[in-house]
Design a binder for this molecule. Structure first.
Ligand code: GDP
Length: 369
């Protein structure tokens, strides 16, 4: 039946007859004051629930039914931590459903960036990782870049299907979903990214105006990302919030650079050449001689080499060394999950060593920029 009352959240006329139509409120919820429609109720709960996290195994369990649905899967990854934020095993559980790869945080790249090049790069990386995607879209959820294109792609790929949104933590999933809700529903609500700790392990179904749903999934925690290992205050420092100013160093062999106390980069052997570091500007570099580096770290970690503080450093696993050989004639990046990456500019080849807290992923890849 139709009620005369209006929803206190969005102002729509309330009704108890059809759960798939706008303004629906379950009979028993009418007794509450204020009365809000089920959609507003879910969106409110969505904000309470956003920010909950799972590990990879929990995540796969929670989503193992997706393969038997007919839906669109939107995988959000963080361009600043591309390798670290890719979901292992994604193709296995989505079945035949199409995947759109949304690459977030492009606002961190210099303004002159050729975005087509980046899209091609992402396509190659995804393919190498065994991930078949119907489309790659670049955007910045925060700075509102590329969002029109995201909507266009979703519209053309989804045909009224539900959208599962998946991603690792801190890739910008909440920010993006809030944008999507605003565009896909007429709800004039002030939705902000969640400040609340998680309250549910579940999927959150957000009803859209056309009767389909956006299904938000808990963010996946990957312990191989430095951003997962640090204190909250350091997390804010590790994640850049504006265009990254690349740092270019001309180095001779046997020189080292520290990034705070988080990581150390050694140019072990090779011709003098330049290296470009893409790291948050809130993590200061410090150059030294390779032969001095161990001692410097032992004496000055947490002080000259900070963040993190000495105390917070004790909570991190100890630095462990990854030897990296860059062959002649190739332009490569060495990425450190959660910290950034270094581009090896020379084509002469180089022997490098990267020291990171044990467990943090170090990867060598074709240069992004
Ligand atoms: P979630 O954990 O994936 O839901 O991510 P959030 O939406 O909560 O965002 C995580 C962090 O990334 C926050 O500090 C956001 O401000 C930041 N963030 C989200 N989107 C962007 C973006 O497009 N660019 C930049 N630079 N930061 C972003």
């Amino acid at each position: 039946g139709t009620e005369a009352a209006r929803c206190a959240g969005c102002g729509v006329n309330l009704q108890t007859g059809d759960a798939s139509k706008l303004g629906y409120v379950p009979e028993q919820a009418l007794a509450r004051t204020p009365v809000i429609c089920q959609r507003c109720f879910r969106i409110k709960n969505y904000n309470d629930a956003a920010g909950y996290t799972l590990d990879q195994d929990d995540f796969l369990r929670l989503l193992n039914h997706v393969g038997s649905t007919d839906s669109l899967v939107v995988n959000i990854v963080d361009l600043f931590d591309f390798e670290g934020s890719m979901i292992a095993g994604l193709p296995r559980f989505v079945g035949n459903n199409p995947i759109v790869l949304v690459v977030n945080k492009i606002d961190l790249l210099p303004k002159v960036t050729n975005y087509n090049r980046i899209v091609n790069w992402v396509q190659r990386q995804a393919k190498e990782a065994g991930l078949k995607v119907v489309e790659v879209v670049l955007c910045s959820a925060k700075k509102n870049m590329g969002f029109e294109r995201v909507l266009q792609v979703l519209d053309s790929c989804r045909n009224g299907k539900d959208i599962y949104v998946v991603g690792a933590t801190n890739v910008g999933k909440s920010t993006l979903i809030n944008r999507l809700i605003r565009d896909y529903s007429d709800l004039d609500a002030e939705l902000t990214t969640s400040q609340y700790p998680g309250t549910t392990l579940d999927l959150v179904r957000i009803p859209l105006d056309d009767g389909s749903y956006i299904i938000d999934t808990p963010g996946i925690v990957y312990k191989h990302r430095l951003t997962e290992l640090v204190e909250k205050k350091d997390l804010q420092k590790l994640m850049p919030d504006k265009v990254i100013k690349p740092l270019v160093y001309q180095l001779n062999e046997k020189q080292s650079i520290f990034f705070g106390g988080f990581a150390r980069f050694d140019f072990v052997q090779g011709e003098r050449q330049s290296f470009t570091f893409y790291v948050s500007n809130a993590v200061p570099p410090h150059r030294t001689k390779l032969e001095r580096a161990d001692e410097l770290y032992a004496e000055h970690k947490g002080e000259l080499l900070a963040p993190p503080t000495r105390e917070d450093l004790e909570q991190l696993p100890p630095l462990t060394k990854h030897a990296v050989r860059v062959p002649k004639g190739k332009q490569l990046d060495v990425s450190i999950s959660g910290l950034g990456w270094v581009k090896v500019n020379g084509l002469e080849g180089a022997d490098l060593a990267v020291h990171v807290p044990k467990g943090v992923k170090v990867a060598v890849r074709e240069s992004l920029i």
